[in-house]
Design a protein around this ligand. Structure first.
Ligand code: ATP
Length: 397
């Protein structure tokens, strides 16, 4: 009954809500949810303009009734509980103070709790930090001790190496001596003969190679019982022998030079016989200069004994018409000049320091450029049987 009483009544003309009656409701697919009066009209039009004059009075009475009911519903709290206003205020202030006190003590407890938690975390972190510090100190200690052990081992190894070197040094010297004796036993001066391939306009070849030490020349002299003459050398190289094979026989001399012996390679022959090809060669078929010095650097680098340290200097000059021309210019890499000849008659030549084969080939290239291509020297040499001579010295310090 009360529930029915408290329910809001909507029976105001123009505010009729749409009601669905189960009997009159259309099937779901045919539902037309249009209200009897458009929504806009129900909520936007004022009742005075819509209501007929006769219903205005009944509406006013309804509003009056509603206001009375609202009054009943909105009875002030203090009346409902039979409280005096001042008593309620005192009560309320008491509750507010109590609540504030309670809130304060709660907040204090919460703050204390969090502070406690933070303290515990802090303590735990400090504990972890000290543990980590201990661990790292122990590690550092071990690494330091290990480094000390390694340093001691290295020192001992160095000492052993020095002792071994001191012990094997005489053996190495003996080996060098024997090696060079062996070379010398082959002859202090050795003469090799190399023949180049014949050119087309030179006709058929007049030489034969019966073995590696003999060259047989067909003299063409029919008066002789044997038109062919044999010449013997320390080694004979036929036209098929390449630069690398030729270098194999020169290689031991490079070791000999590094061991401190003076070594000289002298190319001699008539014009166009192949001297330049043998000594200089070309970029794609390098001759003895490049091969010998590469070998020299390789041997020096592979010599790991602590006592041996090598420095290389190069000097290039030209002998022509009894005149000596220095082919190297002084540069930042120049060493003290090299003195050639006797005290009465000598020449001073630029000596350039070379630290690797690349620098060596650069110096050589510069020297060849200084030499130029003077054809008159060749013509003169044809006339007098003298050609200009190139002299290249590699000084090992
Ligand atoms: N072993 C060889 N194989 C192939 N070609 C060669 C060989 N020896 C020399 N030649 C060629 O023969 C020609 C003459 O050689 P090269 O210039 O070396 O003679 P040369 O003795 O230095 O002459 P010159 O005394 O006039 O300076 C060159 O074209 C060179 O390439």
């Amino acid at each position: 009954m009360a529930e029915h009483k408290n329910r809001w009544s909507w029976d105001v003309t123009g505010f009729e809500p749409w009601k669905s009656s189960p009997s009159s409701s259309p099937p779901v697919d045919q539902v037309d949810r249009k209200p009897t009066a458009p929504l806009v009209r129900r909520y936007s039009v004022s009742p005075s303009s819509v209501l007929p004059p006769q219903s205005k009075q009944s509406t006013a009475s309804k509003v009056q009734r509603l206001q009375e009911r609202l009054k009943v519903l909105h009875v002030p709290l203090y009346e409902y509980f039979h409280f005096d206003r001042s008593v309620l205020l005192v009560e309320l202030s008491f509750y507010v103070v109590s609540f504030a006190t309670l809130f304060k003590s709660c907040a204090n407890s919460i703050i204390r709790y969090f502070v406690q938690l933070a303290k515990e975390d802090h303590l735990q972190l400090r504990h972890e930090v000290s543990e980590l510090q201990e661990y790292s100190n122990a590690k550092l200690d071990r690494v330091t001790r290990y480094l000390g052990v390694l340093a001691e081992k290295t020192r001992k190894l160095d000492q052993v190496a020095l002792e071994t070197e001191a012990r094997i040094s005489p053996i190495i010297n003996e080996k060098r001596r024997l090696f060079n004796d062996l070379l010398t036993s082959k002859g202090n001066i050795r003469v090799f003969c190399r023949t180049r391939p014949s050119f087309e306009d030179e006709g058929p070849s007049v030489v034969e190679f019966p073995d590696d030490y003999t060259i047989r020349v067909n003299t063409g002299d029919e008066s002789l019982s044997n038109t062919k003459k044999d010449f013997e050398f320390d080694r004979v190289y036929g036209p098929h022998v390449g630069q690398a094979e030729l270098f194999n026989d020169v290689q031991p001399l490079v070791q000999s030079a590094l061991d401190g012996y003076n070594v000289s390679i002298f190319a001699y022959g008539q014009t166009h016989s192949g001297k330049t090809h043998t000594m200089e060669g070309s970029s794609y078929d390098r001759g003895l200069y490049a091969r010998c010095f590469e070998e020299l650097f390789d041997l020096a680098n592979s010599d790991t004994t602590s006592t041996s340290q090598y420095k290389f200097g190069v000097t290039v000059c030209e002998l022509y018409n009894e005149q000596t021309t220095d082919l190297l210019l002084e540069s930042g890499k120049s060493m003290p000049k090299l003195c050639f000849g006797s005290p009465e008659c000598f020449v001073e030549l630029v000596q350039e320091k070379v630290d690797n084969p690349l620098e060596f080939s650069r110096s050589l290239k510069a020297a060849f450029q200084s030499r130029g291509n003077d054809l008159s020297k060749i013509n003169v040499s044809h006339l007098y049987g003298l050609n200009s001579m190139l002299m290249l010295c590699m000084i090992i310090l």
